[in-house]
Design a protein around this ligand. Structure first.
Ligand SMILES: [Fe+2]
Length: 311
């Protein structure tokens, strides 16, 4: 497909309660590369196959969670168009100046009815993946460390009013609804998985009474074996695991959910489905999220933590 408007999730600013512990987790154990620190004390990291300067920003705070998610758009004209369209839709937008995040241009920020700050930006310095661009390496020996994820893949957020959020992402930002889980009474969507590409999801939202909550940031692994290898590293480092290794029925992704030292859930994930925009969205009933294997296809059970633990 020709990709034009929103390209991909480009960054997530995660709150950690101890910066050194957070850096040890994301850099030394997961294996992201530290690419900078700013005057506010924020630490910038990237995954090994990402081209742009950073995808994860850690900020020390007194509570865990997510400050914002940023999506990269095609160019500055596209950014201007989305800003106008968001305003026409009735949302307030704010321009965050270039340079507020290291190596990043102006960002257009808005708050979703679920209480999350979403940003769009067109410019971030490309630092490369150490493979080169002429006769490139398939992977760089210098960048394989720890769990060695390829990229920040997607984010699942919990909050209210997700029907409204779905409208903003699909009608204004051009995302497609790829899969959904129905509420227990079957009358509305409880979880929505949306894509701006042919990934099974670039962002997902689940209905939840408290606004602005983070369920997990997901990191793409190169293979199912790499998901299991990440599980070995979790065990060696006594990282608490939530669910897995298993496969989600929803999105078919292979997964382990675990928690960083501040209690933010993260996922090591292997994509296994590539929906095109003309494909009909897949629907899961609430019952099938549990005994139909929607959440855990191997065990076919609904883990309570999936619905209740967020930061
Ligand atoms: Fe996920």
């Amino acid at each position: 497909m020709a990709m034009t408007g929103v390209l991909r999730p480009g960054h997530a600013q995660i709150r950690v309660m101890d910066l050194d512990e957070g850096v040890r987790h994301y850099r030394d154990i997961m294996g992201l590369e530290e690419t900078g620190r700013d005057s506010h004390g924020r630490v910038y990291l990237k995954c090994r196959d990402e081209i742009d300067h950073h995808s994860v920003i850690l900020r020390q705070a007194d509570r865990a969670g997510l400050d914002f998610v940023g999506f990269k758009v095609l160019n500055k004209a596209t950014l201007d168009t989305f800003e106008a369209n968001l305003r026409d839709y009735g949302l307030l937008t704010e321009r965050v100046p270039a340079g507020d995040l290291l190596e990043t241009g102006e960002r257009v920020r808005f708050e979703t009815p679920s209480g999350h700050l979403i940003e769009l930006y067109a410019e971030k310095t490309a630092v490369g993946n150490r493979c080169g661009v002429i006769n490139p390496l398939p992977w760089s020996p210098d960048s394989i460390r720890g769990m060695a994820p390829l990229r920040l893949d997607h984010i699942l957020l919990y909050g209210p009013n997700i029907a409204e959020v779905q409208k903003i992402f699909t009608k204004v930002l051009g995302f497609n609804l790829v899969e959904r889980v129905l509420s227990p009474d079957g009358t509305q969507n409880m979880i929505i998985f949306m894509s701006c590409s042919i990934k099974s999801h670039d962002i997902a939202f689940a209905d939840y009474p408290e606004p602005g909550k983070l369920h997990h940031c997901s990191f793409l692994m190169e293979s199912w074996e790499d998901v299991l290898h990440a599980g070995d590293i979790m065990s060696m480092n006594k990282i608490p695991v939530d669910i897995g290794p298993t496969r989600h029925g929803v999105t078919r992704g292979c997964t382990i959910y675990a928690w960083d030292p501040s209690g933010n859930r993260f996922e090591t994930f292997k994509e296994d489905r590539q929906p095109y925009p003309d494909h009909e969205p897949l629907t899961w009933t609430f019952d099938a999220l549990g005994d139909g294997g929607g959440l855990d296809y191997v065990q076919r059970k609904l883990h309570e933590s999936f619905l209740t633990i967020v930061t």
